[in-house]
Write a protein that binds this ligand. Structure first.
Ligand SMILES: NC(=O)c1ccc[n+]([C@@H]2O[C@H](COP(=O)([O-])OP(=O)(O)OC[C@H]3O[C@@H](n4cnc5c(N)ncnc54)[C@H](O)[C@@H]3O)[C@@H](O)[C@H]2O)c1
Ligand SMILES: [Zn+2]
Length: 386
């Protein structure tokens, strides 16, 4: 039985030889039942962090930031840090920091400051800072404690939850990484006050993914209303709800062995391909923007693909249009074949096959659906406009 959701909404089923994890959950009914896993804290005063520090008395504490999170976010955290805390500010920000060179720079600094196995590393930033810092910490001295303080919407609802760390390699997203959980995660929505509108939309992509994966009524949600007012109760509830969904899915399949966690790759096979292409082309494209586009492709493939009989023509077009409106794609994607080559080299694919997550219907994801280049091309041709 799931500790933070009512158990009735989760079941798995076999469908036509393909595994399908089917989640049925009503967003509003579930709100009351929602509770966060023990290491995740709604922590505006950083009380959970301070308690942990008092209890564990680490030999050293270091906070990792990028130039923007140092400026915008560190002032909120600083008064709560113990004396002697050290600071490491990376010279760059954004996807470019998820590199072996930046991991090397962190390891170098850990060495230089005499970090031992009883130190604590605190990551203060978006998903790039939390992914990189968690990766460097989980590999240094075979793993030292780290605490995540996500400062973007995307990192709050997704990147800081679930224990995946990673850096990019040879232009491929998250090619190198570990499964390693933080000792704590502090959620403080005031950090979002300095985030621009584009970064906010970017974060909603992963939230909408969580809702599409789990809610039978995903198509009727008043997204725009809930998502536009950063200070409403509904806004904060949406963040916590998203965290709960991700944590619940991860809890079923922490190391991605039984398929449940794979559902989180919805929109990511073509999304990652587009993102990797954008990195190689120096195009300005954010992860959530790529995923929103990838979800639109996956929705169309769900509709067209014979293996997903519950979706009928036009079923998902409304959701797809809302996604395009809320999270517009800032670049023109390359041709299907270019992306297909990148989709084939996604670490989740075996050999030449491209396996994707599709939806049998809203709230009903289906993993390991094998698609061909022609399916992908057809979906791209039929994407509805915003
Ligand atoms: N580990 C996981 O499970 C997981 C899940 C989803 C995404 N991710 C990863 O997360 C990354 C994307 O994360 P992101 O969208 O947070 O991007 P990001 O970390 O690049 O942050 C976006 C930008 O906002 C700035 N910023 C951060 N917080 C700010 C604040 N409060 N005010 C003003 N500016 C701020 C950053 O400096 C950066 O320029 C991708 O690399 C993706 O692969 C990981
Ligand atoms: Zn993602």
């Amino acid at each position: 039985m799931c500790p933070w959701f009512e158990s009735r909404w989760y079941h798995t089923q076999k469908t036509g030889g393909l595994r399908s994890a089917c989640f049925i959950l009503d967003l509003f009914q579930m709100k009351a039942a929602l509770a966060l896993p023990p290491e995740i804290h709604v922590d505006p005063q950083f009380k959970a962090l301070r308690n942990w520090l008092d209890e564990h008395t680490p030999t050293s504490v270091v906070v990792v930031t990028d130039p923007l999170t140092e400026k915008c976010c560190l002032p909120l955290l600083n008064p709560h840090l113990p004396p002697g805390t050290q600071f490491l500010r990376l010279g760059q920000h954004g996807e470019t920091i998820k590199s072996i060179e930046h991991a090397h720079a962190l390891w170098d600094s850990f060495e230089g400051m005499g970090m031992d196995r009883h130190g604590l590393v605190i990551a203060l930033g978006g998903g790039t800072i939390t992914d990189l810092t968690a990766f460097a910490s989980s590999t240094y001295l075979r793993g030292i404690d780290f605490w995540l303080i996500p400062t973007t919407l995307l990192s709050m609802v997704d990147a800081s939850i679930g224990g995946k760390t990673g850096i990019n390699f040879r232009g491929l997203k998250n090619r190198i990484g570990t499964f390693s959980s933080p000792v704590g995660v502090s959620i403080h929505t005031a950090f979002l006050d300095t985030l621009n509108a584009r970064e906010m939309s970017n974060g909603w992509a992963e939230h909408i993914k969580h809702i599409l994966l789990t809610s039978a009524s995903a198509m009727e949600l008043p997204w725009e209303n809930t998502l536009s007012n950063a200070h409403s109760d509904a806004f904060e509830a949406a963040i916590l709800h998203s965290i709960g969904i991700k944590a619940h899915i991860v809890n079923q399949d922490a190391l991605e062995t039984n398929g449940t966690r794979k559902t989180l790759n919805f929109g990511h096979t073509s999304g990652h391909a587009l993102e990797s292409w954008a990195i190689a082309q120096s195009e300005d494209l954010k992860h959530g923007e790529a995923v929103a586009w990838g979800m639109r492709v996956a929705l169309k493939m769900s509709e067209l693909h014979a293996g997903c009989p519950k979706s009928k023509p036009g079923d998902f077009d409304g959701v797809s249009r809302s996604l395009a409106e809320l999270i517009p794609l800032p670049c023109v994607p390359p041709d299907a074949t270019t992306l297909w080559e990148r989709m084939r080299s996604d670490k989740k694919n075996l050999g030449d096959q491209v396996k994707v997550v599709l939806l049998d219907g809203p709230g009903c994801p289906k993993i390991d659906v094998t698609v061909a280049l022609s399916d992908f091309e057809e979906a791209l041709l039929q994407l509805p406009d915003a």
